[in-house]
Design a protein around this ligand. Structure first.
Ligand SMILES: Cc1cc2nc3c(=O)[nH]c(=O)nc-3n(C[C@H](O)[C@H](O)[C@H](O)COP(=O)(O)OP(=O)(O)OC[C@H]3O[C@@H](n4cnc5c(N)ncnc54)[C@H](O)[C@@H]3O)c2cc1C
Ligand code: SF4
Length: 497
């Protein structure tokens, strides 16, 4: 049975009596100092030990009351520094203010002016490094985690809105055909904007399901797949066509789409799906996986649903995940849910330098993931059957800052030790897959293989646009979505001017 934590909810009734308030109007009339004193509303979530055994969503979402109270913490700053922290400049004080008054529909409309995927972004955006980092309230409290919980409010509004039927205004057909390569957040956003403008949009997707990393990478317990599917269904209802199991660069090239298949423009949003490895001895042993493969099997092919899964998954007892980002946290927490007895995160810096979202690190720790910090594997050891049995590691210390500003990890001589392990998962980041760029020599790329675009999102090939991770390198959902918006505008201008 799933156990739930009691949310630390401010008792609205008690507050109303104490302050002689009419709710929610009364809360909105509080002075700035009184608002700042309201404690941040804790997110109700599944109990750590219960959730470590199931794939259901960890965070359960605010209640109506919690959302009003949390939104009432906003100080309505005139210069709105939170908006400057948001990569797509959502009118945060606008939607938070509407939510504080209980005007939830209006609040959602304000978000949708800038963001097409609020239910996804409300769940996975690294808010503490974006809008919450610049929020005045967090600055007053000297802790971005104590800022207005902007993402939690966004998530509530999106979830509430998704249960309602939304009417989409579509322009008359323009007769122009646009092909989109990849159905991740970037491709989906461009498709929505272009379909609304009356263009005929087809998305070509290599996998058998749409959603990109939000479906094959980020696990169900962080982002339920039904939320992504809802966006795909909405697009289909708007007339967007999805072609699955179709590999651009192999089945057809960009050049063929443009010159033979009648597309007037192409948007390349094929992400950064090529995993990086450590190039250490033993990486070819049985029991070593890239996080991409492990998560794709678990998420997309639903390996966790053992009876009905489309693929098997390695049965692990002791797992070591190499890396400190979101991908590493997702792989470690998934391994735990797949039945591993012990899961280690092996990372060569300290927790402060970890690129993963603070909330995900915290959740992983609560669930019992062991963090071996300032540690790096040097060798993977196998038995006579070629199966992983252990890893050899070195201990590290932090030295002077490197060019990224982070203190450089330095190996401590003579600190070698061995850890018994039967599975290794590498989560060291991804780079761009060369399939599309390799078959389209007209595309200018960086030395890392990322496509170069101008401010409208157009590449060096007229009519071909690009965005998301294939341009930015492995980045975030909101940046991919923002690029999709920019490119949709660029494509529309290209097709109509
Ligand atoms: C495990 C994991 C966890 C993450 N967690 C977070 C998080 O918490 N917060 C956050 O903001 N970001 C997170 N990210 C990053 C985020 O998911 C990406 O930045 C974002 O999905 C990029 O979107 P995109 O549309 O550019 O590409 P993708 O989401 O990668 O989608 C690209 C799509 O193109 C398809 N494709 C590839 N090649 C071809 C081809 N040749 N032909 C046709 N189709 C093709 C792929 O199958 C895929 O569906 C995470 C990434 C991973 C891997
Ligand atoms: S910075 Fe924080 S307190 Fe100020 S308007 Fe934005 S969300 Fe509200």
């Amino acid at each position: 049975m799933t156990a739930y934590k009691t949310p630390q909810t401010l008792d609205l009734e008690a507050l109303a009596i104490k302050e002689n308030l009419n709710l929610p109007e009364g809360l909105a009339n509080l002075k700035a100092k009184e608002r700042a004193a309201i404690p941040q509303q804790e997110m109700p979530s599944q109990e750590a030990m219960a959730r470590a055994c199931n794939m259901e969503e960890v965070a359960l979402g605010y209640t109506d009351n919690q959302v009003i109270v949390e939104a009432s913490r906003c100080l309505e700053c005139k210069n709105a520094p939170c908006v400057k922290g948001c990569p797509v400049s959502i009118d945060i004080p606008g939607f938070v203010g509407a939510a504080a008054k209980g005007n939830f529909d209006e609040a959602l409309e304000i978000i949708k002016d800038s963001s097409m995927l609020p239910a996804i972004c409300g769940r996975v955006c690294p808010q503490e490094k974006q809008c919450m980092e610049t929020c005045t309230l967090g600055k007053m409290k000297k802790d971005p985690m104590q800022s207005v919980a902007i993402g939690r409010i966004e998530r509530y509004l999106a979830d509430r809105g998704s249960s309602k039927e939304s009417k989409v205004d579509k322009a008359l057909p323009t007769g122009k055909k646009v092909a989109i390569v990849g159905s991740g957040p970037s491709g989906l956003t461009t498709a929505a904007d272009l379909a609304r403008l009356g263009h005929d949009v087809t998305i070509f997707e290599a996998f058998h399901k749409a959603g990109g990393v939000t479906v094959y990478g980020i696990p169900e317990f962080r982002l339920p797949k039904s939320i992504v599917q809802q966006e795909v269904d909405n697009l289909e209802a708007m007339g967007v066509k999805f072609v699955y199991d179709y590999l651009i660069g192999r089945t057809r090239t960009i050049e063929q789409l443009m010159n033979e298949d009648g597309f007037d423009s192409v948007y390349v949003a094929n992400g950064a799906g090529l995993p990086k490895f450590m190039n250490i001895e033993g990486e070819n042993l049985v029991g070593v996986f890239s996080a991409n493969e492990f998560l794709t099997r678990a998420n997309l092919m639903k390996a966790y649903d053992r009876g009905n899964a489309a693929t098997p998954i390695y049965q692990s007892k002791k797992v070591a995940v190499f890396g400190g980002g979101n991908v590493a946290m997702d792989a470690a927490r998934t391994a735990l849910r797949m039945g591993a007895e012990e899961v280690h995160i092996v990372y060569r810096r300290t927790e402060a330098e970890m690129p993963a979202r603070v909330e995900e690190v915290h959740h992983a720790q609560e669930e019992g993931i062991i963090f071996d910090l300032l540690t790096n594997p040097t060798k993977i050891i196998g038995d006579e059957n070629g199966r992983v049995t252990a890893i050899e590691c070195l201990k590290y210390q932090l030295g002077e800052p490197d060019e990224s500003g982070r203190r450089r990890p330095e190996a401590i001589e003579g600190s070698e030790f061995t850890m018994e392990i039967d599975t290794c998962i590498t989560a060291l980041g991804n780079s761009s897959n060369p399939l599309v760029t390799g078959t389209t020599p007209e595309l200018n790329i960086t030395k890392w293989g990322n496509i170069i675009v101008n401010e409208d999102g157009m590449t060096s090939m007229p009519g071909v646009f690009a965005g998301g991770d294939i341009v930015q390198g492995a980045a975030t959902v909101i940046l991919a979505m923002g690029d999709g918006r920019t490119a949709a505008k660029g494509i529309h201008d290209y097709l109509t001017k």
